[in-house]
Design a protein around this ligand. Structure first.
Ligand code: PGA
Length: 248
């Protein structure tokens, strides 16, 4: 999965050396970053012209905190590649004026010309970025209360329940859906229901990833377990050809 995913990101950057990449954190893309670091170090891919925008950040963790997404991105990726530091953008989880910071983040994405390739993970509850299931979704970058399910899922990275952040700042559905291409990665059985709903369920704010059905170019890279319910479904229905199906 990681090699495939890294190949898609690398080819984007090889074809357009000033690509705007939307990047994700979480366990799922760690291997992809490792592969991209290798490709950069062996000079197959040059990140010097690339501009990056991360999806989200926890509220309340300083950038140096080992569980902050600032730390994750530098530790897994940015410290090891030749990206220009001024081209890296990650939402600020400690901003004084959150509304203004969110507006500025969206403006920077617009000024960069929008996102060429957005990498996404998916929550077991169908979230993308931290756009959580709710009665409505927001277009713009915004502050969000994390669902109990997400807090629980994230707790594996923290020593105590009290330390797990309950709020985050996330890119909204607008910047994600406006990305020219989307690369969604998912592995493991716990992601299978969300993947099934994403691919063939109703388009509903209860499963934010289901809106990807409306996007022109989504590439899914799944392991067999994450794809398991989708494959059952595939035998009974024809899944619209909007999706590139490539189950590793
Ligand atoms: P994970 O997180 O890669 O750690 O499973 C994905 C997500 O919650 O978006």
């Amino acid at each position: 999965m990681s090699t495939r995913a890294a190949g898609i990101v690398a080819s984007q950057v090889i074809l357009k050396n000033n690509s705007v990449l939307g990047l994700a954190t979480g366990s799922t893309p760690e291997g992809m970053y490792r592969e991209l670091v290798k490709l950069n170090q062996e000079r197959t891919v040059d990140f010097s012209g690339v501009i990056t925008f991360n999806l989200d950040e926890y509220i309340g963790l300083p950038p140096g905190h080992p569980q902050s997404y600032h730390h994750y991105m530098h530790h897994h990726f940015f410290n090891h590649i030749n990206v220009a530091p001024q081209n890296i953008h990650i939402p600020q989880g400690q901003a004084g004026n959150m509304a203004e910071t969110c507006l500025e983040y969206d403006q920077k994405i617009a000024d960069a010309g929008g996102i060429d390739l957005q990498v996404l993970g998916i929550g077991a509850n169908g979230h993308i970025g931290f756009n959580e299931p709710h009665t409505y979704l927001k277009m713009q970058t915004h502050l969000i209360d994390l669902t109990e399910e997400t807090v629980e899922a994230n707790s594996r990275f923290f020593d105590t329940a009290e330390e797990v952040p309950r709020q985050a700042v996330t890119m909204g559905m607008g910047s994600i859906m406006q990305a020219r291409r989307i690369l969604l990665l998912a592995s493991g059985k716990n992601k299978a229901p969300a993947i099934k709903e994403t691919v063939s369920g109703k388009i509903t704010t209860a499963v934010p990833a289901s809106f990807l059905q409306l996007h022109r170019e989504v590439i899914l890279i799944l392991d067999k377990e994450a794809a398991s319910l989708m494959m059952e479904l595939d035998q009974r229905f024809h899944i619209p050809g909007l999706w590139h199906r490539d189950v590793s």
